[in-house]
Design a protein around this ligand. Structure first.
Ligand code: ADE
Length: 230
């Protein structure tokens, strides 16, 4: 049984691909699944592509075809909150898809209609492992809380204020919520670990380009510590 590791973009899995000893590569749904050993553990590393649909397809393939018994998603996120800065790390304890809206039928925003769960909870053991990994590092702050996902790059103060008020979110990105939903449907443990590339406010796209390398380095280092501790 393998650990499935998903990054949405090339930048987010670049360090992983430099370290993995690949035994096999397979293309499915246009995604390259890199099967091998990473820091002495059996893994499948894959770039899903950006957005919720790509991430959902990728997660289901990891579960069905590679029998992944846990899924870890690493990458970058927009930070929500005054004390959160680029390079800081957010570990999700739960995920909501902020762009789901059937409120006209009386549903809460973010609620997937006719699904029992409102938010998708990360595996407590994986969250603990991620937290422990962060404690070894003093270069950045880490936060545990809700990450929200949607098919939108968030770059406005108004929108992040809304995400904070409506969902009590500490970070926003574009894949975690759908990875979480697929893991929930398949009863597979998962965790989403993101490092902050921007403050999701005005000018976020400029910060994003600037801080991606440090954010990727931080989230990858956490993953390394976690994998070594498993
Ligand atoms: N990923 C990194 N920053 C983001 C933002 N501001 N919105 C959505 N996804 C992101």
């Amino acid at each position: 049984m393998d650990i499935g590791i998903i990054g949405a973009m090339d930048e987010e899995i670049e360090i992983l691909l430099k370290n993995i000893k690949i035994s096999k590569k397979e293309i499915k749904a246009g995604m390259q699944f890199n099967i091998g050993t990473l820091w002495d553990k059996e893994v499948v590393v894959v770039r899903s592509g950006i957005g919720k649909v790509n991430a959902a397809v990728c997660t289901q393939i990891l579960i069905d075809d590679y029998k992944a018994d846990k899924i870890i998603n690493v990458g970058v996120a927009g930070g929500i909150g005054e004390n959160i800065y680029p390079g800081d790390v957010v570990i999700a304890d739960s995920l909501v898809q902020h762009d789901i809206d059937t409120s006209v039928f009386g549903d809460k925003l973010g609620q997937i209609p006719r699904l029992e769960a409102f938010d998708f909870k990360c595996d407590e053991e994986l969250v603990k492992l991620a937290k422990n990994a962060c404690e070894k590092n003093t270069n950045y702050n880490s936060f545990v809380g809700r990450i929200v996902s949607g098919d939108q790059f968030i770059a406005s103060l108004e929108k992040i204020n809304w995400l904070k008020e409506e969902f009590d979110a500490i970070g926003c990105e574009m894949e975690g919520g759908s990875i979480a939903q697929v893991c929930y449907l398949n009863n597979v443990p998962f965790v989403i670990i993101r490092s902050i590339s921007d403050n999701a406010s005005n000018g976020a796209h400029i910060d994003y380009e600037k801080f991606i390398p440090i954010a990727v380095e931080n989230s990858t280092n956490i993953l390394k510590s976690m994998i070594e501790a498993m």
